[in-house]
Write a protein that binds this ligand. Structure first.
Ligand SMILES: [Zn+2]
Length: 375
């Protein structure tokens, strides 16, 4: 998923909301789908309206757009419910994204405790059911006085309940999958709980895909594929966290790291890269602390007479040696050049950790595990 799309000019409870470009496709698709079925809905919901004038001119498309927008606001409220409960448990919410397959609240990390994950996962569907009830009450209260808007209100009442039920299907990373995983994790280790939940997810995704295929429902097929892949990624991530969580950062990091001085001229840096066969160096200042990093790309377009200080990347990501390798894994993916500087309490560099260091640990552990299982 890319960071494409644009941010809304306001925040909701302090949380930025991003509209993905694919969200516009969804909005158009929904307007068309709903608008084309206005007369059908009047019949289906048994509304006291004459369907004939509703199907003429721009009326169905205006109603379709109103219902599509109402659905999007409902999805946003659903995500907001997840986000606000998660925030109560101390999780940082980066943003809420609306995209082709609905909404996504992006957290920095899921709450560790299964009971907290359970509550975060349940908050969304609970919000949707509540909204469905409110729209239903509003539709019942207004009745025919709402005019054509009665179609929209009734649609939103039904669709919010459908949304809640659909999200509670037992498939990761949907809410139902998270609820299942959290319930299992109350009794089992996290990684086993995730593995079981991921297996159930694959079955759910498969059934969803088959149903989508049988009913020519393209959106459902797309969701099935997304769920299948995301379930697999979730399961791999859990294994990785499990392995790395038991490894001390000290045992993974590269010690005796070659460094270069901030005052070194750029041609000398190139020589150092060739001589020492490294293309990445932490840069140390006069006091011996790390002030930046350089790699091959830093050399591009360097001005005549430039020094390492002029071309280095300054936003170094540091991590204390007290952290586990699992903590490092989350940080390294966001670090420039995918490397972290490991420091002691005084800020002295002890070593370096790269993504490949961490992946190697996982690989070794998994190979060992398979071998043990084989014998
Ligand atoms: Zn949800």
């Amino acid at each position: 998923m890319t960071r494409s799309g644009f941010l809304l000019p306001f925040r909701l409870f302090g949380i930025p909301v991003r509209l993905d470009v694919t969200f516009l496709i969804l909005l158009g698709l929904l307007t068309w789908l709903i608008g084309g079925r206005v007369a059908l809905y009047v019949d289906l919901f048994d509304l006291p309206l004459d369907p004939a004038p509703l199907a003429h001119g721009v009326t169905p498309w205006a109603l379709g757009l109103a219902a599509a927008l109402g659905l999007m606001v409902s999805v946003l409220a659903h995500e907001l419910a997840h986000a606000l409960v998660a925030r109560r448990f101390g999780v940082t919410i980066r943003e809420i994204r609306l995209w082709l397959l609905g909404g996504l609240a992006q957290f920095d990390a899921m709450p560790e405790h299964p009971r907290q994950e359970l509550l975060v996962a349940l908050a969304g569907p609970l919000m949707s059911v509540t909204l469905g009830g409110l729209f239903w009450l509003l539709a019942a209260w207004l009745g025919a006085t709402a005019g054509a808007m009665l179609v929209v209100l009734s649609y939103l009442a039904v669709v919010n309940v459908v949304l809640a039920v659909f999200n509670m299907l037992p498939a990761l990373p949907m809410d139902g999958g998270r609820v299942l995983r959290a319930l299992l994790a109350l009794r089992l280790p996290h990684v086993r709980a995730t593995r079981i939940a991921a297996s159930v997810s694959r079955v759910t995704a498969l059934l969803m895909g088959l149903y989508g295929l049988a009913t020519f429902n393209v959106l459902l097929m797309a969701i099935a594929i997304f769920v299948y892949l995301a379930g697999q990624a979730e399961s791999q991530n859990a294994v990785m966290q499990d392995v790395l969580g038991r490894v001390a950062l000290e045992d993974v990091m590269t010690r005796n790291v070659d460094t270069v001085g901030a005052g070194m001229p750029v041609p000398a840096l190139l020589d150092a890269m060739i001589d020492r066969r490294h293309v990445f160096f932490p840069v140390v200042g006069v006091d011996g602390t790390v002030v930046g990093t350089v790699n091959l790309r830093s050399l591009q377009g360097a001005a005549e007479g430039a020094t390492v200080a002029d071309v280095m990347t300054r936003d170094v990501v540091r991590i204390s040696m007290r952290n586990s390798a699992a903590d490092a894994f989350e940080a390294v993916l966001r670090a420039p050049h995918q490397r972290l500087i490991v420091e002691d309490e005084t800020g002295r560099m002890l070593g370096l950790v790269s993504t490949s260091d961490l992946l190697r640990v996982v690989q070794v552990h998994l190979t060992a595990r398979t071998r043990n299982a084989g014998t």
